[in-house]
Write a new protein. Structure first.
Length: 164
């Protein structure tokens, strides 16, 4: 009888330890994954801004050539980078100022959808000025954006290609 009682108590004791061991294994795994996640590369504010600058320039040449599909693509690339800033650079004070360009982004998106080159040119200037206003407000006044004079890449044709 004593052996039976000892066996039952031993089984219960080891059974009760299983959830604790399993919980500890899961916690160890979570801790390990959190360390890996904290060490994962995250693009910085400057990388996003450099991408925006490239797409800003390409947007100009697309609109100048009435390549509205390309212009739409470029404005959406700018939007994606702005979302990236809000996602990955939440701790930067500059992120809070991004709303300065919202109105200009909406206007230029509208002129692209309407395929209106005259409105596009006006809205592009407004977007550029909004970028500079944001730079001034965030103490980056030394970073002045302007209308590009030459395409950023010599290996891209910004003219509308009508091949079918």
């Amino acid at each position: 009888m004593k052996n039976s009682l000892f066996l039952v108590l031993s089984v219960l004791f080891f059974s009760c330890n299983k959830p604790i061991e399993k919980n500890q294994l899961l916690q160890n795994r979570i801790d390990s994954l959190e360390i890996k996640l904290s060490e994962t590369y995250k693009p910085g504010f400057g990388e996003f801004m450099s991408n925006i600058q490239i797409h800003h320039a390409k947007l100009w040449f697309a609109g100048q050539n009435k390549n509205w599909k390309l212009a739409d693509f470029e404005i959406n690339e700018i939007k994606e980078n702005l979302v990236g800033i809000q996602q990955y650079c939440k701790d930067r004070p500059e992120t809070k100022s991004l709303g300065i360009i919202d109105s200009a982004m909406a206007s230029i998106s509208n002129s692209i959808q309407q395929k209106n080159q005259k409105a596009f040119q006006k809205d592009y200037i407004n977007l550029t000025n909004s970028c500079n206003t944001c730079h001034q407000e965030t103490k980056h006044e030394y970073n002045v954006i302007k209308i590009p004079e030459t395409p950023p890449f010599s290996n891209q044709d910004f003219r509308l290609n009508e091949r079918k």
